[in-house]
Design a protein around this ligand. Structure first.
Ligand code: C5P
Length: 236
């Protein structure tokens, strides 16, 4: 764990090796919990709490920046005094951009969804290792197990997609920091993940093996599964 004292000065020019950004400003309507998704209770703590502790337990992150709903900035800052907390934006990419702007200089940037609250600490280390080894952009991914069909608006099947080359992509996604900063500065469209943004600008993206525990908690079903997994872990 390399979180020593809280970062005293956000404009510090001290280069740290790896910064992690956690966008946690989503509304999370599909979860139906009536509060922002990252703040939904998961076995006694918020999803954000689990995500932050996962990053910190990895031991490979020097500084952490959270983007949260504007009205929760103060509360989250007092809960996690050792991290930088900023207000997120309307889209996920706005929230990542805000976190990136507040991050201290680094070699590597990880972007990790708060909603992937049970991500094993080792996956952060795997992604950082792949970026440090020379890949400018690295994403964890899992093979797709379902048969995938394309459909038209009326629900008629228009094709069956070959699933062999497909990967369901997760976070943390890791990037060469200078490349990611330049990609965000040049971005004109919105992307659902950061690899999609850099990929659109011609940067090669490498996939490394993902982990089922890094699943995104999106629906009430996912929340039940995550709660059960945490209770199982606690009683092991
Ligand atoms: O909505 P979705 O599940 O794709 O969100 C992925 C992550 O991005 C979540 O952690 C969510 O809190 C975050 N997000 C954000 N700002 C937004 C929308 C989503 O930080 N405006």
């Amino acid at each position: 764990m390399r979180f020593s004292p809280p970062l005293p000065d956000r404009s510090s020019k001290v280069l740290v090796s790896t910064v992690a950004l956690i966008p946690a400003a989503g509304r999370g309507e599909r979860l139906g919990a009536g509060l922002p998704k990252a703040f939904v209770d998961l076995a006694g703590h918020s999803m954000l709490h689990h995500a932050v502790r996962g990053v910190q337990a990895s031991g490979v992150v020097d500084a952490l920046v959270l983007s949260v709903p504007i009205d929760l900035v103060e509360q989250v800052q007092s809960q996690f005094p050792e991290v930088i907390v900023v207000a997120g934006g309307a889209e996920r990419s706005d929230s990542v951009r805000a976190a990136l702007a507040a991050a201290p200089p680094s070699d590597v940037v990880l972007v990790h969804d708060a909603a992937r609250a049970l991500t094993p600490p080792s996956l952060f280390a795997d992604v950082v290792a792949a970026v440090t080894a020379g890949a400018p952009a690295v994403v964890p991914g899992l093979p797709v197990v379902d048969t995938i069909k394309s459909v038209d608006p009326a629900g008629a099947v228009t094709g069956t997609v070959d699933r062999v080359p497909l990967r369901a992509v997760q976070t943390p996604q890791g990037f060469d920091a200078a490349m990611l900063g330049a990609a965000y500065a040049a971005a004109i469209a919105d992307f659902t993940d950061d690899a999609g943004l850099v990929e659109s600008q011609g940067t090669p993206v490498r996939v490394i093996p993902g982990d089922p525990m890094a699943f995104k908690i999106t629906t009430p079903w996912d929340l039940r599964l995550a709660t059960w997994l945490l209770h199982e872990r606690a009683s092991a």
